[in-house]
Design a protein around this ligand. Structure first.
Ligand code: UGA
Length: 469
């Protein structure tokens, strides 16, 4: 099929590259000429696993780039809108980019096409898009608007796209549903999985995904409700972790105990310093605004947000309780991205904590495998950037693990111990077994688990300096 994807951000780039890998002819449309030039030159503006391979595989062949949306619309069977919907002051989504794209699409609707909203939008948006396209002169018989929310996680977006749990398509008639069945046919039929050059299939993806056809309004709600539910799961376990800390229980054991109930499930139950990123914080606010507008006061969402913020403050208090005072302390920070596997620092709890620690007078030596460049633009003073985790740890009063990067979970602990000034690790992501940290001579503080003190500390009341430091 001939597919246009409007907007070359995270969602647009991944969607375009994956459609090309499914065998469609894709044109990525963006109004940023510089971005287009960079993409044509082979640059990949975001850190996303498998994206460089897919773009290299299809660039100039199944993927082309254009700044002309009207012309591209004329030559397409389906136009996917994947532009940003940033939050406004009041928390609801700013739909002005979506609106201006819809206006322009209108001029290119010269035969039957589906216009697909991929951006995260509030309920009723597809109706608005329909109205705008019609108002600007397109014949309503020549197009339908479809809602096709994405469930991609940054860092594993390509795999999530190609091996999804399900594909949700909101339509108002069968004609539009048929186009979408063709678009996703290579996935739902299982064809892609047999393809020689397919992106590797994750073990959990056993069967081809189901295409769930709903109304457009239901599809729009599915997106917001999914993200809100996942955020609620994280806040729930974070709240439980606080109780664990007070009573001396172990949240990991509690997680095992509740997550093995198949009605609950173990995923998205990792306690930590709270969720961040460009989706959960924004989507929760937007969903709350949507609910309010529809006359429902969704206070549960406010509580989810409150617990999330409190979780970060709790961690800060924990750091303070271990270090006693902040001013002049040298802290190694491992992780700046909002989660592992991405260079994205938007709404990153790690970054917020670093900013708070700098304000309190700490000297930070930070390392992140991918997000340093972006972080350098935001963190100006009080922060040095290290070349790796060990470089960050040199002479540190304490090591803070703030992002769940895989490489931080497999550090050479003896080497780390030899570099720090004091063997104190505060882990905001529970990457280590406390007993192992103690075996390696560290005092280890994590989330929702009892502190594990190095032997010489456990034996006496004071924090002693490392013998060789
Ligand atoms: C999220 C959803 O997972 C996707 O399904 C959705 O498509 C996407 O938002 C979106 O709306 O575009 P993403 O923001 O990339 O994806 O990241 P997640 O992997 O969901 O993680 C979000 C945050 O929650 C991170 O800060 C992560 O560290 C935190 N988290 C996640 C936890 O604290 N505990 C967990 O168990 C899982």
């Amino acid at each position: 099929m001939r597919i246009a994807v409007v907007g070359s951000g995270y969602v647009g780039l991944v969607t375009g590259a994956c459609f090309a890998d499914l065998g469609h002819d894709v044109v990525l449309v963006d109004n940023d000429a510089q971005k287009l030039a960079a993409l044509r030159n082979g640059e990949v503006p975001i850190h996303e696993r498998f994206l460089p391979e897919l773009l290299a595989r299809h660039r100039g062949q199944r993927i082309k780039f254009s700044g002309d949306l009207q012309a591209t619309t004329r030559e397409s069977d389906a136009v996917f809108i994947a532009v940003g919907t940033p939050p406004t002051e009041s928390g609801d989504a700013d739909l002005s980019y979506v609106e201006s794209v819809a206006r322009e699409i209108s001029g290119g609707v010269d035969g039957y096409k589906v216009v697909v909203e991929k951006s995260t939008v509030p309920v009723y948006t597809s109706q608005w898009i329909h109205t705008i396209i019609t108002r600007n002169g397109a014949d309503p018989a020549h197009f339908d608007v479809v809602s096709n929310p994405e469930f991609l996680r940054e860092g594993s977006a390509v795999t999530d796209f190609l091996y999804p749990d399900r594909i949700v398509v909101g339509v108002e008639n069968e004609k539009a549903a048929d186009v979408m069945r063709q678009v996703y046919g290579p996935l739902t039929s299982g064809w892609y999985y047999g393809r020689g050059e397919a992106i590797p299939r994750p073990e959990a993806a056993k069967t081809p995904p189901r295409l769930i056809i709903t109304s457009t309004k239901s599809a729009e709600l599915i997106k917001h409700a999914s993200n809100a539910f996942l955020a609620m799961k994280i806040s729930f376990i974070n709240a439980v972790s606080s109780i664990c800390e007070t009573v001396g229980a172990n949240v990991q054991q509690v997680c095992d105990g509740i997550g093995t109930d198949s009605r609950i499930g173990p995923r998205f139950m990792n306690p930590g310093i709270g969720y961040g990123g460009s989706c959960f914080p924004k989507d929760l606010m937007a969903f709350r605004a949507v609910a309010k507008e529809s006359g429902y006061d969704f206070r549960l969402l406010e509580e989810v947000i409150r617990i999330n913020e409190e979780q970060r403050h709790r961690f800060l208090r924990k750091v303070r309780s271990v270090l006693w005072t902040f001013r002049g302390k040298r802290l190694a920070v491992l992780g700046l991205a909002f989660k592992g596997g991405t260079d994205d620092i938007r709404e990153s709890p790690a970054l917020m904590l670093v900013q708070e620690l700098v304000r309190e007078g700490c000297h930070i030596r930070a390392y992140d495998p991918a997000a340093m460049e972006r972080a350098q633009e935001v963190l100006k003073s009080g922060v040095e950037f290290a070349t790796d985790a060990y470089d960050a740890a040199k002479g540190a009063d304490a090591v803070l693990i703030l992002t769940e990067w895989e490489e931080f979970a497999s550090l050479d602990l003896d080497r780390l111990h030899g570099l720090v000034k004091y063997p104190l690790v505060l882990d905001g992501r529970n990457l280590y077994d406390p007993a192992i940290m103690v075996e390696h001579g560290f005092s280890y503080y994590s989330v929702g688990r009892p502190a594990a003190l190095a032997e010489h500390i456990a034996a006496g009341p004071h924090i002693k300096k490392k013998e060789h430091a």
